[in-house]
Write a protein that binds this ligand. Structure first.
Ligand SMILES: *[C@@H]1O[C@H](CO)[C@@H](O)[C@H](O)[C@H]1NC(C)=O
Ligand SMILES: *[C@@H]1O[C@H](CO)[C@@H](O)[C@H](O)[C@H]1NC(C)=O
Ligand SMILES: *[C@@H]1O[C@H](CO)[C@@H](O)[C@H](O)[C@H]1NC(C)=O
Ligand SMILES: *[C@@H]1O[C@H](CO)[C@@H](O)[C@H](O)[C@H]1NC(C)=O
Ligand SMILES: *[C@@H]1O[C@H](CO)[C@@H](O)[C@H](O)[C@H]1NC(C)=O
Ligand SMILES: *[C@@H]1O[C@H](CO)[C@@H](O)[C@H](O)[C@H]1NC(C)=O
Ligand SMILES: [Ca+2]
Length: 497
């Protein structure tokens, strides 16, 4: 008896085969790799540690000069990346379960409509490896595989490099501190295996790779421990500069002590070192796609979940601020139809990644429920995005991670106070704000309003003052301020674009 397979094979010898193929809706869907690093800022050091990434992605694809996240903190931004939605529409507010980081509402509603579900729904084989949401897997009954993922390697909890647990499909896998356990390396190896095994399946592939680098504790791989021995945090005009015209948390900062400055410089150096392993990961993934003969039909997107600061305005380390160093991120896209070495000035946001990837995957625009815009036409032929402005929003944490010998208390309204940097606090309840960021041919400005005791406002003209040294709020007319406040209310109260 002739088996179906033999029958198909004989049909394929005739011209009918190609007709049959073009009718198969998944046949020409591109493969997609999304790489999201943790806390990689663009302002302080950009991609300087990443020669291979620059050669393989940036020089072969498009680089965005103006890529931003809409909320500068891990879990919230990751939730926005996964869904294409602003945080206020997800009601994800901070890195805790209480703030809906992997919380009940997230799991019941929004996690069912992530990039994974959309792509799985149109036939993609999906793969995840690395940090997910900060609370992931902390409760064993919640350490399952989120909807839409076929191959799952989710890191339990926040970024770590050694001594971590991965949930592999549904099984917890414990890793120690052997050379082979280095998380960035493990992610690269598993991605290579997935590509090698699945590229012959005929299904389009989607990989989301989330290395811990360069997030604290900035542990480098052994072979890179001594690189960048002389590097130090950039002494820009904002470095260790008093900023008394800024909101409370920044205005009260003391000049950094020599000890804190040493800690900041060491962190900077170690962050670069951890990125060398990400650079290797990029190289390994590109090589695996090439060996599988699918590189030319693969989009590769490289970005970060938020920026970072190292000493600007006396803020020793961390993110969470409305300033450019915390909200700007690298964004590089390589793929079919993307011209080489293109540079775009159009704004691109974390919430744009899902609509972009969905368009490449031909999900069908009507099916996609997102706040962001697709970058696909801009990437293909430079079609302007037409976006005038966007929202930046953040909810300050309080009472959390006040460490060791620090004198702050759980009810001081502050959070993330760290002994190694003279107990500077990285956050406070009233570090809660929303900003209208306007960036187009005519304007380059930002206006922020804080939810604190005084409704503090900040305003910068970034064209004249790119480092945001001078808060110009007092130069704004009452009419201008009213207009911006109205715009903020509008952006925060409904689906904003
Ligand atoms: C995880 O699940 C996928 C899909 O069922 C399977 O193909 C893969 O081999 C599994 N991975 C591991 C490491 O067990
Ligand atoms: C990993 O855990 C072991 C056992 O607790 C500890 O001795 C070791 O220092 C840890 N390694 C790292 C890199 O944190
Ligand atoms: C680092 O600084 C030391 C001392 O100034 C110098 O000898 C060494 O060549 C520098 N190393 C690099 C890689 O620049
Ligand atoms: C630009 O590219 C997009 C996506 O490939 C396509 O849909 C659109 O028609 C193109 N527009 C022009 C003007 O070529
Ligand atoms: C996180 O957000 C929730 C909801 O707004 C809030 O109740 C909680 O206090 C926040 N957590 C911290 C640590 O600030
Ligand atoms: C912000 O919070 C801190 C700590 O609770 C408090 O001391 C300060 O007065 C507050 N400032 C404003 C402007 O709300
Ligand atoms: Ca982060």
């Amino acid at each position: 008896m002739l088996s179906t397979r033999t029958l198909l094979a004989s049909i394929c010898l005739t011209a009918l085969c190609s007709t049959a193929r073009t009718r198969t809706p998944t046949a020409a869907r591109p493969h997609i790799v999304l790489i999201v690093t943790d806390d990689q800022d663009i302002e302080a050091y950009g991609l300087q540690a990443m020669a291979k990434t620059n050669a393989l992605l940036r020089d072969r694809g498009a680089f965005f000069n103006n890529a931003f996240v809409t909320t500068p903190i891990c879990c919230v931004s990751r939730s926005s990346i996964l869904t294409g939605k602003y945080a206020h529409n997800l009601r994800v507010y901070n890195n805790t379960r209480h703030g809906n980081c992997g919380g009940r509402r997230w799991r019941r509603r929004d996690e069912r409509k992530t990039i994974a579900s959309y792509l799985h729904g149109v036939g993609y084989s999906t793969f995840y490896a690395g940090k997910y949401l900060n609370t992931y897997g902390k409760k064993s009954e919640e350490a399952g595989v989120p909807p839409g993922w076929d191959w799952w390697n989710g890191l339990v909890g926040n970024s770590r490099y050694y001594n971590y647990s991965l949930v592999v499909n549904e099984t917890v896998e414990r890793h120690g501190d052997g050379v082979d356990d280095y998380l960035t390396t493990v992610i690269a190896q598993r991605a290579k295996r997935f590509i090698a095994e699945m590229s012959a399946s005929g299904r389009p592939l989607f990989l989301m790779l989330c290395p811990p680098a360069p997030h604290a504790p900035y542990t480098s791989a052994v072979q890179y421990e001594h690189e960048f021995a002389n590097a130090s945090a950039p002494r820009t005009v904002a470095f260790d500069r008093a900023a008394s015209d800024k909101h409370w948390l920044v205005a009260v900062k003391q000049k950094m002590s020599p000890h804190t400055t040493r800690v900041v410089d060491l962190a900077y150096r170690n962050r670069l070192r951890t990125l060398l392993s990400v650079d290797d990961l990029v190289e390994a993934v590109v090589a695996a796609l090439d060996s599988a003969h699918i590189l030319d039909n693969t989009f590769i997107v490289y970005t970060s979940d938020n920026g970072y600061h190292t000493g600007q305005f006396r803020l020793p380390l961390d993110k969470r601020q409305p300033y450019e160093f915390d909200v700007r991120v690298p964004l590089i896209v390589r793929g079919p139809g993307v011209p080489q070495a293109a540079v775009h000035d159009d704004v691109a946001l974390n919430i744009d990644l899902l609509p972009t990837i969905a368009e490449w995957a031909r999900v069908g625009a009507a099916a996609v429920d997102a706040d962001g815009l697709s970058l696909a036409s801009l990437l293909a032929n430079g079609t302007a995005m037409g976006r005038n402005h966007f929202l930046i929003e953040y909810w300050g944490e309080a009472g959390r991670a006040i460490q060791g010998s620090c004198s702050q208390t759980a009810d001081s309204g502050e959070a993330q106070c760290v002994p190694e940097v003279d107990c500077a606090c990285f956050d406070a309840r009233n570090n809660t704000y929303a900003c209208v960021r306007q960036l187009n041919h005519r304007h380059d400005t930002v206006y922020c309003r804080f939810s604190d005791d005084v409704g503090f406002e900040e305003s910068y003209n970034l064209r004249a003052d790119p480092h945001q040294l001078v808060n110009r709020i007092d130069e704004m007319s009452a009419t201008e301020k009213r207009k911006l406040r109205r715009e903020l209310t509008k952006l925060r109260s409904r689906r904003g674009r």
